[in-house]
Design a protein around this ligand. Structure first.
Ligand SMILES: [Zn+2]
Length: 61
């Protein structure tokens, strides 16, 4: 499984990851879809992101 590159917390379950909703106002996201960022629950590092309703793609780094 993945470890947080910042604090080395093992991100084994959804409880280890915080999902924060992000409005489509950050510039590079112009779609009307909502984006979520996945953040480490321990240190807050943004690990990944995804469109609402979709799971974060589990492989790529
Ligand atoms: Zn972390």
């Amino acid at each position: 499984m993945v470890h947080c590159p910042e604090c080395q917390t093992p991100l084994e379950t959804a409880d280890d990851i915080e999902f924060a909703e992000t409005d489509a106002t950050t510039g590079f996201i112009k779609a009307s879809k909502r984006f979520y960022t996945a953040n480490c629950a321990a240190c807050g590092l943004t690990i990944g992101s995804g469109v609402a309703g979709a799971k974060s793609n589990g492989g790529a780094v």
